[in-house]
Design a protein around this ligand. Structure first.
Ligand code: AMP
Length: 119
């Protein structure tokens, strides 16, 4: 799968689409999901052009992979998500219903999130 430079998250990273920045460092950028599924629903994206988790971990530099994981941990701390518990989700491809083809992690919390999957 080749990376689409015109996907919505690429446009957010380039500042072409507005968002409410929650966090930014050298490796990651985070903002609220436009259609929140829980009181806490943040999208965390790497700054590089990767389509999904496998693309990112296979092709990104080690410092980018480590930096992205640490950014997620920083955002969990920043949002106090650990207090009630949280869920991290990353969808990839058709079966997972991935809508935006730029690797992203959903951070969800603020309410009981129910079982892992809706049957
Ligand atoms: P996924 O199905 O994992 O690809 O999730 C993509 C998410 O991006 C969805 O939850 C959308 O609500 C969210 N989304 C799409 N466009 C925007 C936007 N401009 N700003 C914030 N979130 C967005």
């Amino acid at each position: 799968m080749s990376y689409d430079i015109n996907n919505v998250f690429a446009k957010i990273l380039r500042g072409e689409i507005p968002c409410q920045k929650i966090y930014e460092d050298d490796f990651a950028f985070a903002f609220p999901d436009i259609h929140p599924q829980a009181p806490l629903h943040i999208l965390i994206i790497p700054k590089g052009p990767y389509c999904n988790y496998h693309d990112f971990v296979t092709h990104a530099a080690d410092d980018a992979i480590t930096g992205f994981q640490k950014a997620i941990a920083n955002i969990i701390h920043l949002t106090k998500a650990e207090e009630g518990g949280y869920r991290l989700i990353s969808n990839s491809g058709i079966n997972a219903h991935q809508e935006v083809p730029h690797y992203h992690v959903h951070l969800l919390g603020g309410r009981h999130l129910g079982p892992l999957l809706v049957k």
